[in-house]
Design a protein around this ligand. Structure first.
Ligand code: C2E
Ligand code: MG
Ligand code: MG
Ligand code: MG
Length: 286
């Protein structure tokens, strides 16, 4: 009886594994096609000054419009793209699309926003990254002050190389943001060697600031130290009024999270945050 159960369990297990492998293989084939046919879309999440409520920027977050599986979040395909050499073309598409969209908003008369794009490690290590960004800004006509790149602490670990790349991006005028700060092993003292504009506090800390005293202390300390080092602080994953109040009290510069908005498709962002009618909005802000 026990032996039988074991055998059944074993066969269920292997067939699951095979199914998993088949799914992954299919998804990889699909992803190659998706790159050729640009089946991706960017959603944009507002970054807000919590004192004025004004939108200052947006983070571009990729989704894959899969022909049969529907809209897939990055967790479902970014890792796969990294493992299969597809992250570079995808990453380039993201940069191009984010710059072009931001320029379209400006041309339509909306108040200028900064657009942040996430870079993958491999993309950061690619030799033509800086040239590609420079060319893309020129082609799309977007001023470099309206583009920000988000890298993780991990990417800054290769000291000489990272310093070289970040200095070049800085010279062009592109903003630099450290994403998911607090989850890696670097310190602000180390990061201060690089030309960094923004520190994004990881949402795992923000989730805990009300109920967990150590997390609250960590967030307070990050904000104080970052300000002393002339960096601005963005809190990600702000979901509640209580978290927002805490962050306002601690002088956090910008907030991003479901309390304000989830990442939105272009048209919804325009309706909800850019006031739908760009010219009217421009009149109002005069
Ligand atoms: P991230 O860069 O840290 O982006 C923030 C993630 O947190 C987003 O998930 C966003 O939807 C989510 N988020 C924002 N506010 C809240 C909140 O209040 N509560 C909760 N629970 N979540 C919130 P998303 O869009 O699924 O992206 C996941 C990750 O995928 C990103 O984390 C980023 O590392 C990666 N990613 C997204 N777009 C790109 C891209 O174009 N290129 C690369 N290389 N990676 C990307
Ligand atoms: Mg990010
Ligand atoms: Mg993050
Ligand atoms: Mg991240």
């Amino acid at each position: 009886e026990a032996k039988n159960q074991g055998k059944n369990r074993y066969s269920v297990y292997t067939s699951d594994l095979l199914e998993g492998a088949k799914d992954e293989y299919r998804l990889e084939t699909d992803l190659r096609k998706a790159v050729e046919q640009e089946e991706f879309v960017l959603h944009y999440q507002p970054q807000i000054n919590p004192r004025t409520g004004k939108i200052i920027g947006v983070e571009a977050l990729i989704r894959w419009q899969h022909p049969t599986l529907g809209l897939l979040p990055p967790d479902k395909f970014i890792k796969l793209a990294e493992d299969n050499g597809l992250i570079n073309p995808i990453g380039k598409w993201v940069i191009k699309e984010a710059c072009a969209q931001n320029k379209r908003w400006q041309d339509a008369g909306y108040p200028p926003l900064k657009v942040s794009v996430n870079l993958s490690t491999q993309q950061f290590l690619t030799s033509d990254l800086v040239t590609y960004m420079e060319n893309t800004l020129e082609k799309t006509g977007l001023d470099s002050q309206y583009l920000v790149v988000e890298i993780t602490e991990y990417m800054a670990m290769e000291y000489e190389y990272s310093l070289k790349v970040l200095k070049k991006l800085k010279e062009i005028g592109i903003g630099i943001s450290i994403d998911d700060f607090g989850t890696g092993y670097s310190s602000l003292a180390y990061l201060n060697n690089f030309p960094i504009d923004y520190i994004k506090i990881d949402k795992s800390f923000v989730f805990e600031i009300i109920n967990d005293q150590p997390s609250a202390y960590i967030v307070k300390a990050i904000i104080t130290l970052a300000h002393n080092l002339q960096m601005q602080v963005i809190a990600e994953g702000v979901e509640t009024e209580e978290q927002l109040d805490f962050l306002i009290n601690q002088q956090c510069d910008l907030v991003q999270g479901f309390h304000f908005s989830k990442p939105l498709p272009v048209d919804e962002l325009e309706r909800s945050y850019l006031n739908g009618n760009p010219n009217e909005k421009r009149e109002n802000t005069k």
